[in-house]
Design a protein around this ligand. Sequence first.
Ligand code: AP5
Length: 218
Amino acid sequence: MRILLLGPPGAGKGTQAARLAASARIAHVATGDMFRQAVAAGSDLGARVRDVMERGALVPDDLTVAVVRQRLGAGDCGPGFVLDGFPRTLPQAEALDGLLTEMERPLDAAIALEVPEAVVLRRLAGRRVCPRCGATYHVDTDPPGEGGVCRCCGEVVAQRGDDQEETQRRRLEVYQRDTAPLLGYYAAQGRLVAVGGDGPVDVVAGAVLRAALGRQGR
Ligand code: AP5
């Protein structure tokens, strides 16, 4: 199964990609997570992307595509993958098409999570993440453990740097300008499936899984 998830910041791409990867036993490929890990590790890649991410801008296409190309070649992507946060621009989508053609592994579907902007803003404002294991929480709908610690590893959770109000706005603008046009791109390919993302996590997860299974191998 080869799927990508589209949607604005806070639509639930990370939440749903993790669930789809677990239920379909495929790899979860999240460019934002990979970049954050690189920043935390202090690698060369991290040094190149840190400022861009803090501003809520996009990492250059060539760098992002190179990271994804390498990741999709890893063994755990053999049974399939769900792309979360990639592609985000038209050149990235075209590069992905080229890469998947080269690999003879065409995309099954681009699943768009539809969530109203007011909901997205509430989700981003309340999101907390574990700096050690990456688990994601929300202060209202899915709170961390007592004392604000991660329920998976016990680390104190924190707000993501780019979830500050001003950066949130910037990320939403960037989404509308650079990423929303991909909805038309995948619709024209006959690969776009829209799923309502404004419901309980389990309900959305069921709809995403049905959409993915319905498109597999078509
Ligand atoms: P990235 O990490 O990809 O951020 P994003 O796309 O802005 O998406 P988010 O992680 O903010 O939201 P999400 O849709 O995953 O929502 P989540 O599941 O966490 O990218 C970060 C940065 O990296 C970019 O700004 C850019 O600089 C760079 N980058 C990454 N990829 C790039 C690329 N391809 N090209 C260039 N640059 C790139 O959910 C949000 C909150 O809502 C959570 O608290 C969650 O618990 C809650 N929630 C989720 N679903 C529900 C639900 N159904 N009901 C109630 N609450 C819910």
